[in-house]
Design a protein around this ligand. Sequence first.
Ligand SMILES: Cc1cc2nc3c(=O)[nH]c(=O)nc-3n(C[C@H](O)[C@H](O)[C@H](O)COP(=O)(O)OP(=O)(O)OC[C@H]3O[C@@H](n4cnc5c(N)ncnc54)[C@H](O)[C@@H]3O)c2cc1C
Length: 438
Amino acid sequence: MPSFEEPQTPYKVLILGGSYAGLAAAVNLVDFCHGRKNRFSIDEADNGTGKFIPVQVTIVDPRDGYYHLIGQPLALSSQKFAEAFWTKYTDLAALQTAEIRTVQGSIETVDCASKTATITTSKGPIHEAYDYLITATGLQREYPSSPRSLTREKYLAEAAENLANVRNASKGVVVIGGGAVGIEIAAEINMLHPHIPVTLVHSRTRLLSSESLPDEFAAKALEILQSNKINTVLGARVVDISEPQQTTPDEKPEYTVTLSTGSTLVASHVINAVSRFTPTAPSFLPAAICDEQGYIRIEPTLEFPNDGSVPNAGDHYAAGDVARWTGIKRAGAAMHQGHYAAKNIHQKMMSKVYGTTPEFVELAEVEPGMGLALGKTAVGYFPSMGLSSGEETREMFFQGDLGFMICWKWMQLGTPMPKAIGTDSETAAEAEAETAQL
Ligand SMILES: Cc1cc2nc3c(=O)[nH]c(=O)nc-3n(C[C@H](O)[C@H](O)[C@H](O)COP(=O)(O)OP(=O)(O)OC[C@H]3O[C@@H](n4cnc5c(N)ncnc54)[C@H](O)[C@@H]3O)c2cc1C
């Protein structure tokens, strides 16, 4: 007779990073372990396993809540959206279950051999043992691509300051950097504050010059910006920004922006949106696990590579922006990867507890594609769909809130975690019916 592990001791799963990839992994993993159909499953024949596995998920993040990063260009121009986009983990209904714990702190080191991690918190270091680890710490992005603050209260103060800077920019706003972030920031200011002149400066002659996307995509984005009266200056680098000139305390400061072409722009506010980011993993994981750029090398199953770089590679996963995979880094991909990491970990647990044969899912290669919000409209390019633009494209990719509710509903963050199958007389069919209503 084969002997399987007793399912009484909860499996400890440590998730580093509580954003799209980390949260998708956490909530789907609890669904799996509860034995019901998991929330990302689109398989109509899927009824879940009906088998319970005790699990204890710990999510570590320096922030005190989930931040809808995609919405950052909109949050810079709107206090209403800024308030909506940051939700404390303690206010996320889906996480309010005994099986999920959040720790506000930053991962310092991971010891793959002993399967322990050291987390720095305001109350001192925590040493956390785990059975499985999912790294979902994304990229270290600088403001304005990402907020500076780590708590909701400080973030809202930061957002109010950002908004005041835009709202009071009677001489206009100069946005530096014609990548996706700079373009979206310029477009959102233009939409929400139409009386403020906006200039977008990009060093190359083509917008989105660092993205492997078709020229038609960049040309369409430029056409839409210009049709919205956003001044676009291409092929010019910013070589100097003067100290703010202000002759009286009541007067609004004024900057002179000097370009490599010799011409100058005057503005009340300058936003440097030149993309600056660094991968987060090399600061806490062995270098051998990262590629030359610092992304975590993964197998198609999202496990760390099984090439002897680290011990217990198969118990370690990476998902989202922190992982090296094909395609442009996107929140949709991050959620998908978090889901797959959870699914594969659950397969391993099922095998240990119930003796099932694991069936692992693997990531498919991804061609570059992107949706770009341009105020009231959007432009999109995906190989399967081709180029699209207009209000329908905006509705499909972003709706009216830069995709906030799309992500929120997909992860079901506002819905309390259903009970496990078999507890309080819940059946697989009841659980499925509940899930279908969400
Ligand atoms: C301005 C902007 C607009 C974007 N627009 C779109 C869009 O329209 N569509 C789209 O699909 N994608 C968009 N993206 C990309 C998308 O936001 C990322 O692909 C997505 O955020 C990746 O999710 P993630 O969970 O992997 O990482 P992140 O969202 O970056 O989350 C990482 C988490 O890890 C935490 N963390 C960092 N370091 C540590 C540590 N040491 N210990 C513990 N936790 C840590 C962070 O605080 C954070 O909560 C945009 C990005 C930006 C910046």
